[in-house]
Write a protein that binds this ligand. Structure first.
Ligand SMILES: C[S@@+](CC[C@H](N)C(=O)[O-])C[C@H]1O[C@@H](n2cnc3c(N)ncnc32)[C@H](O)[C@@H]1O
Length: 193
């Protein structure tokens, strides 16, 4: 058995709603984060008691739901995605998880929203939108984070993410950053500046 298989079997099963959403995503062939990345998001939200979270790229809401289920009371997630059809599917899962009041989907392209986004002092920003826009997301999002807040970027080692971006992220003057070889690579950067 591979180490990944061993760990997957040793973890407890995710909640039934997340399993259903995983299968839904697979059936419709939409991109969702790896289950292990979801577990990481959940652990980080719990550890930080993160109650102000921004996400770029909602999709069917799989990553949002991992974070939503770990939110402290009165926590809030703003999730940006211009695709209204997939957002409707995401909303149906948030409703079933009793998270409709905690999660708001903003239905415009991220770069139309971010420059005037009023949220500041965010605990976590999770980026999983257009890979070619990662550099712009990063520069805007660092300034929306609280000091010691965390920026998390999925698909860092995906071929569509430029190598120059790895360097920009890892050497960013305002971040203490690392890329973990989890799924397609997960970037974690804590704001130090
Ligand atoms: C990889 S999927 C997100 C998957 C989601 N994080 C999950 O794990 O369930 C990428 C999403 O980015 C969205 N997207 C495309 N262009 C975008 C843009 N300009 N701004 C924000 N999101 C965008 C797509 O509609 C798609 O739902």
């Amino acid at each position: 058995m591979t180490e990944t298989g061993y760990l997957a079997r040793t973890h407890r099963e995710p909640p039934a709603l997340l399993l259903e959403l995983e299968q839904h995503g697979r059936r419709e062939d939409v991109a969702i984060i790896e289950r292990e990345t979801g577990r990481l998001l959940s652990t980080l939200v719990h550890a930080m008691q993160a109650n102000r979270i921004l996400e770029i790229g909602t999709g069917f809401g799989y990553a949002t739901l991992w974070m939503g289920l770990a939110l402290p009371p009165a926590g809030k997630i703003w999730s940006i995605d211009p695709d209204r059809e997939s957002s409707d599917i995401a909303r149906s899962y948030f409703e079933r998880a009793n998270l409709s009041d905690a999660i708001e989907i903003l239905s415009q392209p991220a770069l139309d929203i971010l420059p005037t986004f009023s949220g500041r002092n965010l605990d976590i920003i999770f980026i999983d939108g257009r890979k070619d826009e990662y550099p712009e997301y990063l520069e805007i999002c660092v300034n929306l984070l609280k000091r010691s807040g965390l920026i998390i970027i999925d698909d860092m080692l995906h071929p569509m993410v430029d190598r120059n971006f790895h360097r920009t992220f890892l050497r960013h003057p305002e971040l203490d950053a690392i890329i973990l070889p989890l799924g397609d690579g997960v970037g974690l950067g804590s704001r130090i500046g």
